[in-house]
Design a protein around this ligand. Structure first.
Ligand code: MN
Length: 471
């Protein structure tokens, strides 16, 4: 069974004791995020009436790999191929036209978001409240195709919103609009079903609408409705939609904000959204993602792994599986399982992985007997199959993630003047070939196992109620 509705998924989690209902009145500043972080990966958190708001906050309903597979109605080892199939076979959405859309049951003109929405302040040095689970939907001004991305959104004191756009599709749309002195219409959608949330993170080419990938994951076209003030189509069953526009030639200070690498990004001048309208369901749910915790990391990891696997398999038949480790913040460290057919192949795989996404900073290639989803297994392969003088590949000065603080250049010289440190995303790449030789003397690289270890049923072996006196 697939879960194509947020509320159905939450009911399912509740029935299986995976939602913790938090006492009324939880402080939105830090306390809410602290509680959700403590429950991370074990239970979703449901905050009733946080800080006097009627609107509840939900967090962490996608915080385990196995839960994501469950929401998709598949086994965990089918996650990457299933996501890839959806990304390759998008389903055009179904516009419900003038039929009533749940997400527009309530319409509020010129809303004051501060008093209407329970927006939490998450980390210690965050400048203030942030919307962290808002799907930002915009249209390509040239082609009219939509794009969906999750961007961090700061609530400014004047009711406007600050937004961080990385150099991807939304940013390209805005740059086009700004060049023509035009604002870019956007919709910020909060509270969508698990599969649409996952689809929003697809690493798809420009003009591939992530809502069509959501439809493919659902197995049926996604119902969408036109925004009240723009031509943007939003998921009809969403909880909350903020309509507005990114203003041309306007910048305001945004940040600091604690990001996925578990560090803060600096306070800088960034783009500004003017809010025009708020629509929502009756009794809406406000979703917040706790930065750098499992829900945040996994939503990024699975679509990326799926793209990286597909990219590598195009050139290397022997690539069997990939994993972006959680310690590598689900972005920077990639483990590749390879059945190699040439001694030099792991290094080719490493170079291809660096080219597949600029965030990838370290690649470890292991053999087919190593489980890439278990960091301890990968470390064992490095410990016993890798020799640095022979198996290490280092590339200097490549493009990396600007959110990786180790790419910071301290006190750069600019025209003879020293300027403060800044992050430029210039990164070294490291590849480790931790595969054993294809031909080896018997026993040298044969993994120790005990006959029967996989088939023992301890219930048949242990006496349940026998006490021994160790005198
Ligand atoms: Mn896109």
């Amino acid at each position: 069974m697939k879960f194509t509705e947020l509320r159905t998924w939450l009911n399912h989690l509740q029935k299986t004791k995976r939602i913790a209902v938090i006492k009324k009145g939880c402080d939105l500043k830090h306390r809410l995020a602290a509680i959700a972080k403590n429950l991370d990966g074990q239970q979703a958190a449901y905050f009733q009436n946080p800080q006097g708001f009627d609107m509840p906050v939900i967090s962490g309903f996608m915080s385990k790999r196995s839960w994501i597979a469950e929401a998709m109605g598949i086994k965990e080892d089918e996650l990457l191929p299933t996501f890839r199939h959806a990304a390759d076979n998008p389903l055009p959405w179904n516009d419900i036209g003038t039929n009533p859309a749940p997400c527009q049951e309530i319409v509020i003109q010129h809303p004051d978001l501060q008093t209407l929405l329970p927006i939490p302040t998450h980390s210690e040095y965050d400048y203030g409240p942030y919307i962290t689970a808002g799907l930002v939907i915009a249209k390509n001004p040239t082609t009219g195709k939509q794009n969906v991305s999750i961007n961090r959104i700061q609530l400014h004191a004047n009711g406007r919103l600050g937004i961080l756009m990385l150099p991807r599709h939304l940013f390209a749309f805005f740059k086009q609009a700004e060049k023509n002195n035009q604002a870019l219409d956007v919709a910020i959608v909060i509270g969508v079903d698990p599969l649409t949330l996952l689809a929003s993170q697809a690493i798809a080419p420009l003009d591939h609408d992530e809502l069509e990938i959501a439809g493919a994951l659902h197995g049926k076209p996604l119902d969408v409705v036109k925004c009240k003030n723009s031509e943007i189509r939003v998921p009809a069953n969403a909880e909350i939609v903020i309509e507005g526009k990114i203003l041309p030639h306007e910048r305001e200070l945004e940040g600091p904000f604690g990001e996925f690498p578990k560090y803060y990004s600096a306070r800088e001048s960034r783009e500004v959204i003017q809010v025009d309208l708020l629509t929502h369901r009756k009794n809406p749910l406000f979703h917040t993602i706790i930065p750098a915790e499992m829900e945040h990391l996994l939503l990024g990891a699975i679509p990326r792994e799926s793209t990286l696997l597909s990219h590598l398999q195009r050139s290397f038949q022997g690539v069997m599986d990939v994993h972006l480790s959680m310690g590598g913040v689900a972005r920077y460290h990639l483990y590749v399982k390879l059945k190699k057919s040439h001694e030099g192949q792991p290094k080719n795989v490493i170079m291809a992985a660096f080219g597949a996404h600029y965030d990838v900073k370290q690649v470890i290639v292991v053999d087919e007997d190593v489980d890439v989803h278990q960091p301890q297994e990968v470390e064992w392969a490095v410990a016993t199959r890798f020799q640095a003088h022979r198996d290490l590949l280092v590339i200097e000065g490549a493009q990396g993630s600007i959110l990786d603080p180790s790419t910071t250049v301290e006190w750069m010289k600019e025209g003879g003047e020293l300027v403060p440190p800044y992050q430029q995303g210039l990164s070294s790449k490291m590849g480790l070939d931790a595969t054993r030789p294809m031909n080896y003397q018997e026993h040298v690289f044969t993994r120790v196992r005990i006959p029967g270890e996989d088939t023992i049923d301890l219930r048949q072996e242990i006496e349940p109620n026998t006490q021994i006196q160790f005198n």
